[in-house]
Ligand binder design. Sequence first.
Ligand code: AMP
Ligand code: ZN
Length: 431
Amino acid sequence: MYFQKDIETISKNALHLLQSERLKKTLEAAATTPYYGKLFQEKKIDISKIKTVEHLKDLPFTTKNDLRLSYPDGMVAVPRSEIVRIHASSGTTGKSTVIFYTMKDIDNWATLVARAMYSTGARREDVFQNMMGYGLFTGGLGLHYGAEKLGCMVIPSSTGNSLKQLQLMQDFQTTLIHITPSYALHLVEVIKENGINPHDLSVKKAYFGAEPYSESTRKKLEEQWGLDAYNCYGLSEMNGPGVAMECINKAGMHIAEDYYIAEIINPETGEPLPDGEEGELVLTHINREAMPIIRYRTRDLTRIIPEPCSCGRTHRRIERIKGRTDDMLIVGGVNVFPSQIESVLMTIPEVGNNYRIVLDREEGLDRMHIQVELYSKLFQGDMKALKKLNKEIVEKLRALITINPRIEFMEPGSLPPSEGKAKRVIDNREI
Ligand code: AMP
Ligand code: ZN
């Protein structure tokens, strides 16, 4: 039934004690880092006064921007020789959020992922095809190590190359997949186009994550593929995938509470909200050596489900992520801030002042299309020059955000002028 019964069914009191102890250790480690050392001093925070989980609210939040400011290693709590791996948040430049791991951190992460996979019914007999990106992005390697720890046979097929994915599924009798819901929508079409009924494949389970999607998308994908799909949540700042995952009941995601303290706050005021109320998820990693991060504002909106789960696991659950409080877009699993696009456009002298980002979903794949106003004299320019300019913009954007947008040039004044806060993103995708 359980992978680690004692910890998965731990009593409320014992969990509180464990979390409080681990929090104290985490704060001691954090205080040795340049970032938190300075912060605690400046804000006159006496960490010896933080004794239990309840005191957490007296500590300041950490934001994505704080991580950027402490680039490259201002939050690292161990010597460089202890670090065995780094990851970085997807879709951003090098100077963004880099996460460090010791050997123990990697091993702990693998354990919590293996445990979460086990709770969905995955076993060592499973053949696990991991169709998430391998590399700096945590989606690929995160579940990879967990699945190996569980004893599955892992096919590290990464994203794309749909025919190859299909062939691997057939040749190795894949039973379990990890994939973004948008890619799953596309891949199932490719499978059908090849004359294969997806229900005839051996795939029986899927983990969908890395981007927001709705319950109706889950249902649609389950029907089309003929499988059970489980929601998998995570973010690189907190290791990566596995932070919270659905159990066999598919009713909210159990947070790995021996690794994370979860709070829900009012995103406007920062005040903690009681279980059951919707707000922004704030996470503190309490079982990590290389990079203790305290009260990290995820910007993800959800609520804690107060009722216990009938699976017997006592770790609290969060509901499906409703959206984000900032303007970060997730396009095909890649994080993109509109400001990154703007930073590229505005370095190009031919580009005028107005632009618009349009997002659509075609055949299950996210498409980005950017409408860019050009200065009038250039707009009259010859086709060759315009083509060259178009290519230049696409290449610069691809280098920064790793996705391939389509650029459409517009006459000056043809896009709606902004009144007050500019509405630069039109998101036509249905989640
Ligand atoms: P990254 O920094 O690339 O790891 O991206 C993390 C972000 O992806 C999270 O903060 C969420 O906004 C989003 N995300 C990850 N998993 C899910 C999920 N299962 N449902 C909704 N959004 C998700
Ligand atoms: Zn459960």
